[in-house]
Design a protein around this ligand. Structure first.
Ligand code: TRP
Length: 441
């Protein structure tokens, strides 16, 4: 089976979700998360929110609302990785490692930063007036979000493509200096997803104040729809559906047959008032069940918190071993580890640790790692065949830096238990012995 494709995207919790967010981002993302052969990572980018929003209550409220929205819209947290950025300390940690390879000149050219500078220059102010280092570093934090999970594809809007290119650049620089550790992500530009018009016909956007909040109560929804701008054709007068954003909104939620029927009815002179009533019924029918789930969810913030905490555990099961590997790669290593591989000639003379394989009475195939002086370092988990035991040994050598150890579960590699340490043995000793063996070939 081919390795699953990892899809990752961040949602900045800085406002209340509207119908445009739903049609343009949430609905396609929830549908994509159900595709077989994929692993979806959706997270609340609350560190990013701090760059724009410095009102703590709003950050918290928006995080709650956005988490509840995604869950109400059908995102299944058991199936995907759904977490909050600030619950994963490996992300800011990686952000620093990337900061140290990121070109400052590249960051100077980031669109959002450049726009702020240009606006300042235009006003005759200092170029960096009011620009925080957070805004400047935005692309590096975003790269850390992506690279911490070795994401393959990142669905984003056009405005974010530059950020993905930067993430690739930072990853390539890191790999160039330290070896192939990071995966270069690809942007997936969503061309054909619906961009919904707002009440006034311009793109639905918070900044135009023309939005329909996704979970507005039915009465408010009805009122907002009544306020949608139309032309002044009277009832009975034929209308042009293709230039009416009321129809664009209708079509975004209708079946093909419904859309065709509405198209025909408008051309035959359906009154705008009736069309608005039909739009309300269509939207309310679509949204009411989700709105109901949303209300239930939002009434229990502790449950959402628990869901996010469980998501963080799942996310960190991936990010923690990767960061351990990266720390070792850049030289943030236990001092007990050899600083550099011993010269070959000398290494040949020094007695090496070795693997001993054997079969137990349970019929399974075991191995242990034995130090040159005979001391046992680790005991491998039993395998069904000698071939599997051999493969596991090869993996241990190749991926020593990714080994993880927990007192109750034992030694783990990428989340699977591979054995246990002997009493009194340190993980660092094992990693060093494995590195020596891998060096030997
Ligand atoms: N910058 C993205 C936006 O404004 C949000 C985001 C943060 C993101 N981190 C990410 C998107 C990582 C994709 C991947 O829409």
């Amino acid at each position: 089976m081919p390795a699953p494709v990892r899809i990752l995207t961040g949602i900045t919790p800085s406002g209340t979700p509207h119908l445009g967010n739903y049609a343009g981002a949430i609905r396609p993302a929830v549908a994509a998360s159900r595709q077989p052969g994929t692993e979806s990572f959706y997270f609340l980018a609350d560190y990013h929110a701090l760059i724009k929003v410095q009102d703590p209550a709003r950050v918290q409220r928006s995080t709650l609302e956005i988490a509840a929205t995604w869950l109400a819209c059908g995102l299944d947290p058991d199936r995907v990785w759904f977490y909050r950025q600030s619950d994963v300390p490996e992300i800011p940690e990686l952000c620093w490692l990337l900061t140290c390879v990121a070109g400052k000149g590249l960051l100077n050219r980031a669109h959002a930063y450049k726009a702020a500078v240009d606006a300042n220059v235009e006003k005759g102010e200092d170029a960096d007036a009011g620009v925080t280092a957070g805004l400047y570093m935005y692309p590096v934090l975003m790269a850390a979000d992506i690279l911490a999970f070795k994401a393959n594809r990142v669905p984003v809007g056009r405005d974010q493509v530059q950020h993905i290119e930067m993430a690739r650049d930072f990853a390539a620089r890191f790999n160039h200096s330290y070896g192939e550790h990071l995966v270069l992500p690809e942007a997936v530009i969503e061309e054909q997803v619906a961009t919904l018009p707002g009440l006034d016909g311009r793109k639905m956007s918070k900044s135009y104040d023309n939005t329909i909040p996704l979970f507005a109560p039915a009465a408010q929804l009805k009122k907002l729809i009544a306020g949608i701008v139309t032309d002044s054709r009277t009832p009975g007068e034929p209308k042009d559906p293709d230039s009416a954003h009321l129809f664009t909104l209708y079509r975004a939620f209708a079946s093909e047959a419904q859309a065709a029927a509405m198209h025909a009815a408008l051309r035959e002179g359906l009154a705008w008032g009736e069309a608005k009533q039909a739009l309300f019924e269509l939207l309310d029918g679509h949204l009411a069940p989700m709105r109901e789930r949303y209300e239930l969810l939002i009434a229990k913030p502790a449950d959402i918190e628990a869901t996010l905490q469980a998501g963080a555990v799942k996310a960190r099961a991936i990010a923690t071993p990767l960061l351990r590997e990266l720390r070792a790669a850049v030289g943030l290593r236990p001092l007990s580890l050899a600083t550099a591989p011993a010269p070959k000639a000398k290494a040949a003379k020094v007695a090496q640790p070795s693997f001993k394989q054997y079969r137990e009475s349970d019929g399974r195939f075991y191995f242990k790692l034995v130090q040159a002086d005979g001391r046992v370092l680790l005991q491998g988990a039993g395998q069904a065949s000698p071939k599997e035991a051999g493969a596991l040994i090869a993996r241990l050598k190749a991926e020593a830096a990714k080994l993880d150890h927990e007192v109750d579960t034992g030694l783990q590699l990428a989340g699977t238990v591979v054995g246990r340490l002997e009493q009194g043995v340190e993980l660092a000793e094992v990693v060093q012995a494995l590195a020596a063996l891998a060096e030997e070939g």
